[in-house]
Design a protein around this ligand. Structure first.
Ligand SMILES: Cc1cc2nc3c(=O)[nH]c(=O)nc-3n(C[C@H](O)[C@H](O)[C@H](O)COP(=O)(O)O)c2cc1C
Length: 492
């Protein structure tokens, strides 16, 4: 690979050269440790998805951890008792019996049990530890501000494994810089959590001393390296707001546009749909890159940036590089279930891959990119045939009940349950259970006791130019390194 000139911006927390390419965090586990490791080994920033890693850990263990990778990482965790408890609970040598449903994991809540926190800490520790194993490259983890209640334990687990970057999207991550500072010192954190209908003041707590044990912390654990924090923003105004105050200022930005895979920031103003039912984005939804550059913090462009020309243009506009998702989601090391990835690649090659922005599929209410693949929830009949059930709950939002107690609801749960919790039935229309569908995307889908197997729902960015050009260069699929060689060589 040809070396591009190295860019560093002093004074900054970036004591190592900035990556030209960030491989985007893609949940759940599409940005698996294998993908992030391949990218980091190639000298760029490999990012693991930090979403639902408790579930990923528990399900990989129930599937027998056939190559032993998960148990290898668990053996490296500083408190052996944690790993032993989780292994006793979830590990099935040889895997589950045919059609045996996966055992449940604790659902996210404001008050968290010890098991819930141990599992989340271990899940993110394992993913980052494996992504960093055997090389000196840099690894990041991606969190979603929308999944607030998981953040303290998932961040702490990733930091115990030495994560280099934390990247956070889908919201306004104003509390994360301070959270990372505190966790680096193993301090107790209280991360504010929005509770609908309640005044501010709710938070989720993580007390590392209580969790790991004072003896472990005092005897064995030095302060942790504080990871570099990048906020994913879609608007320059949000970047300016975050940059203004040193208490909430990130170390840099990923500026993501509406063609990006996964969730997108909603268009500004009143929602207008085009004739395919997609939200219409306009010029007001495009960040002014010169205003982001003027803030003086390093930034990367994302969304339709996965070509050498886009990388060169981003650098010319003052960016450190680009964050790319779609071409990595289709790469050999991606966590996508191989049959689904092959289906996407076949459609790509045939010129029939259709991706649309769905205004309603995601329970978050944010637009979500959906790849149309028969047999998945992208087919309205398959979606309608899924008996509604909310058994994972990562996207549930807390709300205040009339009694003052806190409840949790999700517009993809059964409609009568959602209404009973004060939700508006209109909000439930067209919603897909992303938690179960995204687990199915990576081969970890639930088979319910009644025999219903959860279906996938695939997401990719709408710009597939880069993927098409890689498909033309490589028979079958391409590796992450081949994608990087093409992006960086041609850009240089
Ligand atoms: C399959 C898939 C899943 C994604 N999941 C997430 C996610 O969990 N969190 C996030 O911040 N971004 C997510 N993204 C966005 C990527 O991190 C990246 O910013 C985006 O894909 C870049 O645009 P591109 O798809 O045009 O390359 C996802 C993208 C894809 C394709």
């Amino acid at each position: 690979m040809t070396a591009l000139p190295v860019l560093t911006i002093p004074p900054s927390p970036f004591d190592r050269p900035l990556p030209r390419v960030i491989q985007g965090g893609m949940g759940i586990a599409v940005s698996s440790w294998r993908l992030a490791s391949a990218v980091a080994r190639a000298g760029q920033l490999g990012v693991v998805s930090g979403t639902a890693l408790d579930l990923v850990l528990a399900r990989r263990l129930q599937d027998g951890d056939l190559d032993g990778a998960v148990r290898r990482a668990l053996a490296a965790f500083p408190v052996p008792a944690f790993a032993q408890r989780v292994l006793r609970r979830y590990f099935r040598p040889g895997g589950r019996a045919p059609r045996e449903p996966y055992a449940p994991v604790p659902r996210l809540a404001l008050r968290q049990t010890r098991l819930a926190q141990e599992l989340m800490v271990l899940g993110s520790f394992v993913e980052v530890w494996l992504a960093k194993e055997g090389h000196g490259g840099q690894v990041g983890i991606n969190f979603l501000e929308k999944v607030q209640m998981a953040t303290p334990s998932a961040a702490y687990g990733s930091m115990l494994a030495g994560v280099d970057y934390v990247v956070m999207g889908a919201g306004i991550p104003r509390d994360i810089p301070h959270l990372l500072d505190q966790l680096a010192e193993h301090e107790t954190v209280d991360l504010p959590v929005d509770v609908s209908g309640a005044p501010a003041g709710h938070s989720v707590r993580l007390d590392p001393t209580n969790l790991l044990g004072a003896d472990v912390l005092e005897a064995d654990l030095a302060p942790l390296a504080r990871p570099t924090f990048l906020a994913v923003v879609s608007a320059h105004a949000l970047a300016a707001y975050l940059a203004r105050d040193e208490h909430i200022r990130p170390d840099g930005f990923v500026v993501e546009g509406s063609p990006a895979g996964g969730h997108n920031a909603p268009p500004r103003g009143r929602l207008v749909l085009d004739d395919r039912g997609q939200p219409v984005f306009g010029p007001r939804d495009e960040a002014d890159i010169s205003k982001v550059a003027a803030l003086g913090l390093p930034f990367w462009l994302a969304g339709s940036q996965g070509t050498p020309e886009a990388l060169a243009a981003a650098c010319a506009a003052g960016a450190a590089g680009v964050q790319v998702g779609t071409v990595f989601a289709l790469a050999q090391e991606s966590g996508l279930e191989p049959g689904l990835r092959a289906d996407l690649l076949a459609r790509l090659r045939a010129g029939t891959l259709e991706i649309r922005t769905d205004a309603f599929a995601s329970p978050t209410g944010f637009p979500f990119k959906v790849a149309h693949v028969p047999g998945t929830l992208s087919d309205p009949e398959v979606l309608a045939a899924r008996p509604r059930l909310c058994d994972l709950g990562y996207l549930r939002t807390p709300f205040q009940r009339e009694t003052g107690a806190v409840g949790y609801r999700c517009p993809a749960e059964p409609v009568h349950v959602y209404e009973r919790k004060g939700g508006d039935a209109a909000d439930t229309v067209g919603r897909a259970c992303l938690c179960n569908a995204l687990a199915a995307d990576v081969g970890l889908g639930q088979e319910r006791a009644d025999g219903y197997a959860e279906r996938a729902l695939l997401t990719l960015g709408t710009d597939i130019d880069g993927a098409n050009r890689l498909a033309a260069r490589h028979a079958g699929t391409w590796t992450a390194r081949q994608a990087l060689d093409w992006l960086l060589d041609a850009a240089a």
